[in-house]
Design a protein around this ligand. Sequence first.
Ligand SMILES: [Mg+2]
Length: 476
Amino acid sequence: MSLSIPPQRPSMCPRQMSSSSFADAFDDARRKLDAMGVHEPGEDEVLSPSLSSSSSATDVSATYSVPAESPSPLSPATPTTVPITPMVEDVADNFAFAFDIDGVLIRGGRPIPEAVEAMKVLNGENEWGVKVPYIFLTNGGGKFETERCRDLSQQLEIDVSPGQFICGHTPMREFADRYGTVLVVGGEGEKCRDVAESYGFRDVVTPGDILKANAHTAPFRKLTETEHANSRDLLARHGAEKLSDIVIEAIFVFADSRDWASDLQIILDIAQSKGGRLETRSETFDEGPPIYFSHNDVLWSAAHEHARLGMGALRRIVETVFEDTTGGKKLKTHAFGKPQVSTFEFATRLLQQWRATQHGLRQTKPPATVYFVGDTPESDIRGTNAMDAISENEWYSILVKTGVYQPGTEPKYKPRKLVDTVLDAVNHGIRREMSRWGSRKEPGGRMLPLDDAALKAVGEGRTPEFEVQDNFLTMA
Ligand SMILES: [Mg+2]
């Protein structure tokens, strides 16, 4: 029997990676979104259409590069654990999954019951015995990637590697070389300073440092003894005589604020300063440093029955109060994370590397389809659909009912598929693939494509016996 032609698969082109860094990709994606008429929520009312209103914030040209074969998003201090035994023969090579975490897999620190089962299905416990590569893409943060992966491993009863994990602030490490002194906001204790320093940021100031230097900064906020001890002496550290000698070059909100009132005060003080100099006030209110938020989610799914306020809410407050206290000046801040297309492009590079190191799929092409499973239409579904619109490969959005999205309501951004739980999402994606490619499990257990004759027979409703020939199933 002559060699048969495999079932036709969609043509794929290598992704156009026009940018050499996340920073460039970020700008690029913003322009694409603008061109598509996609704006961030609230942008129309609050923000000017340009990328930035502050002089320094417009300068987002990169001074460093991120290779297309990007390293895993790990801090230098936490190197990737690499390869495991490649198992090409039973790994799906033309599709993959990407998951949001909160409201999809985890809620209030506990796994959503179907999540553990969903991971088993992806790891080969499905009727075809095929393993499916997957990564995690969360807007959350506030911990080292390694720590969050350890937590997730316990919660989901699988090994989660930092090589398959992106959190809200992961892309910020690509800005470490750009700025000297930065303000890092959010998270528990000193954790975000530690994460920022592990990313390579050289001089990280926290709101605690500023409160320690001048207790009048936030009248109702008293540092605890521990906070006081952990906070740094800004003047001594900078060899400065007064706080106005210290210049904050950029503000990074890494994780959710634990004290919105004092953090808001400090962010606004610096936004309204003379070129980032602490304790100064600009006369024109247009010379503050750029402000970056690791994501823009106004709501997120926590243990409470109703969704809780997230960093996107703080971002809106910062912009609104800036305007209210400067006689109507606009403040344009920036947000990473979903739904930014650049974050999905970052995810594409991570997925490529993960497929190679973990599964031995050493291809130059990305999987033909990436199924993205999320609970928030405004970030997960919106971002996936926007990525699908500009990407050569297919990004297929699946919305679950276990998080922010309220069943019965009309989602603002429409998913390709609405399902109850992450397990339904995984089963839907795998079944869609299997019916598309006419793949079947061979007698030995491997997942193989059907050849033309076998495909035709199956298409006609016949159920022939198969045999393996040249890594295809043909009729016995
Ligand atoms: Mg979520």
